[in-house]
Ligand binder design. Sequence first.
Ligand code: ADP
Ligand code: ZN
Ligand code: ZN
Length: 731
Amino acid sequence: MLFDDPNLQETIASVLVPVAVPGAYTYKVPAGQSVVPGTIVKVPLGPREVIGAVWDIEPDAAINPKKLKTISRVYDTTPPLDRDLRRFVDWVANWTLGAPGMVVRMVLRSEEALEPEAPIAGVRRIEGAAPDRSTPARQRVLATMEDGFAWTRSGLAHAAGVSASVIDGLIHQNVLEVVSMPAAPPPPKPQIDYATKALTPAQQAAVDGLIETFDKTGGSVCLIDGVTGSGKTEVYFEAIAEALRREKQVLVLLPEIALTEQFLRRFEQRFGVYPAEWHSEITPKNRARVWRGVASGDVRVVIGARSSLFLPFKELGLIVVDEEHDAAFKQDDRVPYSARDMAVVRGHLSKFPVILASATPSVESRVNAELGRYELFELPERATGAAMPDLHVVDMRLSGPERGRWLAPRLVHAIKDTFAAGDQSLLFLNRRGYAPLTLCRTCGHRFQCAHCSAWLVEHRFQKKLVCHHCGHFEKIPDACPACQSADSLVACGPGVERIAEEVSDLFPQARTLVLSSDLPGGPERLKREMKIVEEGGADIIIGTQLVAKGHNFPKLKLVGVIDADLGLAHGDPRAAEKTFQLLAQVTGRAGRVSGGGQGLLQTYNADHPVIRALMSGDKHAFYKAEVDARRVAGLPPFGRLAAVIVSGPDRAFAEGYARALARAAPNDAAVTLLGPAEAALAMVRGRFRFRLLAMAPRQFDLQSYLRTWLGRGPKPTKGLRVQVDIDPQQF
Ligand code: ADP
Ligand code: ZN
Ligand code: ZN
């Protein structure tokens, strides 16, 4: 060996850097520094420096170290990523066919977290010192400081109810001294038995069963399938208490940030403290604090969006996935992954329990429970004893509204009665904006996005036409851009804003509120409005699918679904399941606490199996039919699916490439290859999209197959992108 000379020997480390390359890069470890797998480092990469993680130490790599760049910084005050987390990163990369560097990038989401937070200035009482003259303000300050701890100057002024000049005066007199104190003290620990509720027998049985699973070596997955309002949250709170008792950290995944506010308050009622939050809306400073706290073990419970799965927990011992059926857990990202499925993997790798909860579980989870892969806990009744809502169909073929109106007379009457009784109504329509399509009455011109194959949606509150796929927007013009006619533009179909307009017309005295994720004011406004609804400050709420997710609105009695058929039209085999879940969830908001809830579903398809299943209340019959259909078609969870999306700026070129890729596919009797076909959204952000679909039996190693295939395919050029989506949501 050329480099056997011990004087030449240097430590070489492979480092995962946040770029989309298949493996790790190698670097020299700076002399006198030591790294281990998992150590976080800064390394030169082309013209810049990036944060990465050491993945392996390669003392005898056959590379001339002289040719290697050197790690520029070792973060030795941050704990190295532990073995379980590293295995998880590798597992996710392997499963999704994503670049491991892009997966590790999700772990290293906060560069700020790697620097210890600088201490800040505080004041403390000098023992025995007294001011020359005692005033009531000064007395209050000294009384506030009785416990001897340090305070920030402004915090102390606020707590004592004095102006900052009083404090400055005491410093000047050497009664208080300026000291340095940590910027953020560690968060208080949850109290395990702070306020336990008396559980119903069904809840208690589920809790007992869940607690037993903590003793299973190898971990387990539990599905809590309980109707809306059955007290699932209370049940998994007790499992959280058990994990805390065992000195483990806990992660709760929620599909929607708008849900966290209510969850935080409930958590506080049960455990006496707030959990840490982790999602896209938290400030960089808090993000850094949570990341550090999770790694040090100071933070015991995190409630977060899917990205929190990649936090560097010191001793994670339980993950709860609430609303586990929700499609928000699987979003198209740089690395498309299902947070629900990856939570199960993380539990499996680290051998701790994972709890999935839903009133309408995914077909996948139901099947896994029925086959005994998951433990099943069912809560068939509401915890408060309240009856489930009465559901009725409003057949729009027989008794629809007049032209230009969207609420059928029967629904209008029900709203009127509910309002008169002082209760809340919720009108649900899964469509943001005012109208999904705008056209010219004179020439038929339709407003389409220039970058996507989608119509522009009118948002009347903001006076804009908006593309819901790329965010492109334009002002609503005064005249038709095609034929120049003035006053010829008409809005076709309803969105929530249009329903709100009709409601204001019909019920001018009622307090109405539109809950939609895209209104100005962002998540803060949404949180405020959710609270208003919860406290009874609104009479009629008009909302998108946002309102279907797990909220507890105690005064809500009536739920009207404006267009129950909206989700059914898709050519997507999951359409029935998704629509069933959405409608069961949204109607399940009615009468949760005190009963007397009612749901009215406006539909043109009163005989559709989804609508019939909802009316009969026989959820199990619906699931059985769905499961049978999936089994026959070999669809998940009975078969495996992967989509390969080819996209590029030139339509013909992208299509040609997709065809060439299809021809390069290895022949394997187990794999059925479909396509290429135009993707459901044929163009997004100016890129044309074609889709190939690979189907295989459950036991088949589809990832290996895809790797071989994509390795053989022609190299994508001219801005082409090939993305793999394992178990796509739409198929
Ligand atoms: P889920 O998560 O199943 O929808 P929640 O846990 O939100 O149900 O509970 C629904 C409502 O029932 C809440 O208002 C909750 O406070 C109440 N609740 C839950 N468990 C009990 C119980 N054991 N006794 C009384 N009320 C309960
Ligand atoms: Zn026109
Ligand atoms: Zn667009």
